[in-house]
Design a protein around this ligand. Structure first.
Ligand code: IMP
Ligand code: MG
Length: 169
């Protein structure tokens, strides 16, 4: 069974935070935007490892369709509240799957004229991509299996598992 244990996640988050801290060391206005709900744990761990100041905001979107599949039709359930014009924005998401959700969020944020925009994802299911989008920071490239834990859910369950595992069917 596919599994990423707590220690491995912790090390990777630290590594990503180091890269991000270095890349943004000259930024005076970094806004980290977490995509709810899935990114809440990754974001919480990531920002605590950053060595630079940042603001934190959230966006929540829902995708119509089956619970394990993205339809690409996205609705904003909760929007950001920080004015991001002239900010360096880093979108933080749990997993990049088909890419449809992040493409929508990326375009929405870009329409608000940030100074720059990058994407950090903990997990990347590269082989599932339906559109051309990639993240600037990727924790783990993962196989095409449904994963839960560390924020990731199946029908709202399992988000609190401290590691990532394949959903048993
Ligand atoms: P996309 O629009 O297909 O890229 O889907 C992204 C969203 O689908 C993520 O933010 C997750 O909420 C959800 N998702 C995709 N794959 C998984 C998975 O393996 N486990 C849990 N949620 C997933
Ligand atoms: Mg989800």
């Amino acid at each position: 069974m596919f599994l990423i244990d707590e220690e491995t996640i912790k090390q990777k988050v630290k590594e990503l935070a180091q890269k991000i801290s270095k890349d943004y060391e000259n930024s005076d206005n970094l806004v980290v935007i977490g995509v709810l709900k899935g990114a809440f744990i990754f974001l919480a761990d990531l920002v605590r490892e950053l060595k630079i100041p940042c603001k934190v905001d959230f966006i929540k979107v829902s995708s119509y369709g089956q619970s394990t599949q993205s339809s690409g039709i996205v609705r904003i359930e909760l929007d950001t509240s920080i004015d991001i014009a002239n900010s360096d924005v880093l979108i933080v998401e749990d997993i990049l799957d088909t890419g449809l959700t992040l493409k929508y969020i990326k375009e929405l944020i870009l329409s608000r004229n940030p100074r720059s925009l990058k994407i950090a994802v903990l997990l990347d299911k590269v082989e599932r991509r339906k559109i051309d989008i990639s993240a600037d920071y990727v924790g783990f490239v993962v196989p095409d299996k449904f994963l839960v834990g560390y924020g990731l859910d199946f029908s709202e369950n399992y988000r609190n598992i401290p590691y990532i595992k394949e959903l048993e069917t």
